[in-house]
Design a protein around this ligand. Structure first.
Ligand SMILES: NC(=O)C1=CN([C@@H]2O[C@H](COP(=O)(O)OP(=O)(O)OC[C@H]3O[C@@H](n4cnc5c(N)ncnc54)[C@H](O)[C@@H]3O)[C@@H](O)[C@H]2O)C=CC1
Ligand SMILES: O=C([O-])CC(=O)C(=O)O
Length: 309
């Protein structure tokens, strides 16, 4: 029996729980929130789709009751405030650091062996905070950002190529921020054919720029940040871990020398499976990519330095 807890039953948390349940990634999903009745209500609503959608996962919701999260295999942390139009993710640090710290302590008290997937923003810094607060082995803490950013990159590539998004491959490394993401243009392909065969340098630069502000674009349209793709990307990460898929997904991982960085969580290609991050893949970056990575890392270090704890 596998069990996933999702902390925060707001837009992203509830969507992630729903996708995890519909894809039957886990046997049991528990949503927990501080808002009285919200998790319970969303869980009941989702369970009323079970017979319509042939879903066999059991979803429950609780308010503040960590006992119900006991012995989870994976805990997803989405609790915290989202940005509003015009804000950066980094501006959320003050409020969200306090929430993420308290939530990490509470979940680990009941699920000491869980793999933690951090979603709350600023995500790389919140992932780093979880390392500091928990002292867990580094493989058990995964920051979810690259899965989403890569999916957006593939979306914008598919639009520029006028192609089926499922035929497109590509990934994004670096920080999960409007100016820190690094869409890896050099490795993007349409069914294995480099996209540079079909797109000009200018067209590809536009795809990369749109990807970097993908979250901000949606925040402007929606008045709050996005949830469908973030929820689905979170479910992808949880599935890779629970089903021991050895899936290569860019995630925010603690670096200890990789990519020339230390004491930093930032997006790098990871092999995900049982136990969390099985391996970090070190790419042979060219000079331009190295410089972008260094700049991105500096920015994330700077945000980390603003952590209140
Ligand atoms: N890493 C990524 O790729 C993405 C990150 N995000 C981030 O995820 C977070 C959640 O976003 P949304 O779901 O849109 O926000 P939301 O406001 O819809 O939901 C957040 C939920 O967290 C709950 N919460 C607050 N404090 C809590 C606590 N101590 N314990 C349990 N629950 C608590 C709130 O009551 C609320 O229901 C934000 O920080 C957002 O910036 C959003 C999209 C993508
Ligand atoms: O844009 C935001 O603030 C939420 C987020 O991280 C994303 O959708 O990429």
């Amino acid at each position: 029996m596998s069990k996933v807890t999702v902390v925060g039953a707001g837009n992203v948390g509830a969507t992630a729980a729903n996708v995890i349940a519909l894809r039957e990634v886990a046997d049991e999903v528990v949503m927990i929130d501080i808002k009285e009745g919200v998790s319970e209500g969303k869980a009941m609503d989702m369970m009323q789709t079970a017979n319509l959608l042939d879903m066999n996962t059991r979803i429950t919701g609780v308010t503040n009751n960590y006992e119900a999260t006991k012995d989870s295999d994976v805990v997803v942390i989405t609790s915290g405030i989202p940005r509003k139009p015009g804000m950066t993710r980094e501006e959320l640090i003050g409020v969200n650091a306090g929430i993420v710290k308290q939530v990490t302590e509470s979940v680990l008290a009941h699920s000491p062996n869980a793999v933690i997937v951090c979603v709350s923003n600023p995500m790389d810094t919140m992932t780093y905070l979880i390392h500091k607060v928990s002292g867990l082995p580094k493989n058990r803490i995964i920051g979810m950002g690259g899965a989403l950013d890569s999916s957006r990159f593939k979306y914008y590539l598919s639009k520029a190529l006028n192609a089926n998004p499922n035929e497109v491959e590509g990934f994004v490394i670096g920080g999960h921020g409007d100016t820190t993401m690094i869409p890896m243009k050099r490795f993007a392909t349409l069914r294995g054919v480099p996209v540079t065969e079909f797109l000009s340098a200018e067209e590809l630069d536009k795809v990369a720029a749109d990807t970097m502000v993908g979250g901000a674009t949606l925040t402007k349209l929606l008045g709050t940040s996005a949830w469908y793709a973030p929820g689905a990307a979170t479910a992808e990460v949880v599935e890779a871990v629970l089903h021991d898929q050895d899936a290569v997904i860019p995630c925010s991982a603690l670096l200890e020398g990789e990519y020339g960085e230390n004491d930093l969580c930032i997006g790098v290609p990871c092999v995900l499976g049982k136990g969390g991050i099985k391996k970090i893949l070190e790419l042979n970056l060219n000079e331009e990519e190295k410089a972008l990575f260094q700049k991105s890392a500096e920015a994330v270090h700077k945000t980390n330095a603003a952590l209140p704890c």
